[in-house]
Design a protein around this ligand. Structure first.
Ligand SMILES: Cc1cc2nc3c(=O)[nH]c(=O)nc-3n(C[C@H](O)[C@H](O)[C@H](O)COP(=O)(O)OP(=O)(O)OC[C@H]3O[C@@H](n4cnc5c(N)ncnc54)[C@H](O)[C@@H]3O)c2cc1C
Length: 304
């Protein structure tokens, strides 16, 4: 069995871009993608130049069609269940039972958003609940907005809310039972941002029902639920920092030599164009790493 130069795990914006970069570098690439993607519930990808408003499925269709013109890029609709081995000699077992070898691995598996245990959260996620105002703010500008504070987002509640005022003057911060210090409350009040301390009992498309029975108008609710890594990444036992895969910032290599990472799983600056850009970076570094084998004294023969 011939080894691929690179196995790319995950076919979102990050994985598609990495496959494009490595395909153009004439590398033998296998891209495996399976499972839900982060923006599955969104109607369109925004804030991506030339792709603004493109439905996520269409984005993937075009990405894969462009990859099809590179004969050494292979795309498979299957998950990667396990990866063993080491730099130069990784062996992956795919969900369909196939075993493949690869000299390097590039992880673009994204993150898994956890569902907040509030009735209506699941139904509205990606519909009226969003994580990023750059992605979905323009379409709902000047309408009633809310920011739902979670324990994870409490430290950035004030900067997020102040930033959101750029899109609407009608903004409520829902503390959902959490507490902000007095100076934070004063800054919000000074910016004419309302604060609701009550627990949110139900999220609807245009209203938030509070535990005390009141209903607050809200056409767009911003929230940052906790995230976790995919089972594959967890099993690889890579070094993490704040739950994100730790990488060398220049090489984008993880704590395991030969395994690279790009996209959401490495950063809180999460966006399609950011994932694609970081994956182009990772692919270039991975390619240089492969090329360095050519100059190694023990290299058996020059590859192309
Ligand atoms: C509701 C919502 C709306 C959004 N809207 C926008 C927007 O408008 N504009 C924008 O720029 N960003 C938006 N984002 C953020 C954007 O979706 C992400 O930043 C981007 O998709 C990250 O790309 P990625 O390639 O890192 O990961 P993903 O796009 O999440 O892709 C990872 C892929 O890897 C697959 N995978 C995971 N594990 C395995 C495995 N073991 N084997 C094979 N495949 C695997 C997953 O199933 C998935 O398909 C939105 C996010 C959400 C949640």
């Amino acid at each position: 069995m011939n080894a691929y130069d690179a196995l790319i795990v995950g076919g979102g914006p990050g994985g598609l871009q990495a496959a494009l970069s490595l395909g153009r570098a004439r590398k033998q690439v296998l891209l495996c993608d399976a499972g839900p993607r982060r923006n599955a519930m969104a109607r369109g990808i925004h804030n991506f130049v030339t792709r603004d408003g493109t439905p996520p499925d269409e984005f993937r269709r075009v990405g894969r069609a462009q990859l099809a013109t590179y004969p050494d890029v292979h795309v498979r609709e299957t998950g990667v269940a396990a990866i063993l081995g080491e730099r130069g000699a990784f062996r992956a077992t795919l969900a369909d039972g196939t075993v493949v070898d690869a000299k390097r691995v590039l992880l673009t598996t994204g993150m898994i958003d956890e569902e907040l245990p509030i009735p209506g959260f699941r139904e509205q996620w990606g519909r009226s609940i969003f994580q990023c105002p750059y992605c979905h703010g323009w379409e709902v500008q000047d309408r009633p907005w809310g920011f739902l504070v979670t324990p994870q987002s409490l430290p950035h509640a004030v900067p997020f809310a102040l930033q959101a005022r750029g899109w609407t003057a009608d903004l409520t911060v829902f503390l959902h039972g959490l507490v902000l210090p007095a100076d934070a409350l004063a800054r919000l009040a000074a910016a004419a941002i309302r604060v609701e301390p009550a627990v949110v009992a139900r999220i609807g498309p245009h209203t938030l029902e509070l535990a005390d029975g009141r209903a607050i108008p809200c056409d767009a609710l911003f929230a940052h639920p906790p995230q976790h890594q995919t089972p594959l990444v967890t099993a690889l036992d890579l070094a993490l920092e704040d739950g994100l895969v730790k990488i060398d910032s220049m090489r984008r290599e993880t704590s395991v030599p030969g395994i690279y990472a790009a996209g959401d799983l490495t950063t809180r600056m999460q966006g399609a164009i950011l994932a694609a850009a970081s994956a182009a970076h990772a692919a270039a570094m991975l390619n240089v790493d492969l090329a360095m084998e050519l100059g190694a004294p023990e290299a058996p023969h020059a590859a192309r």
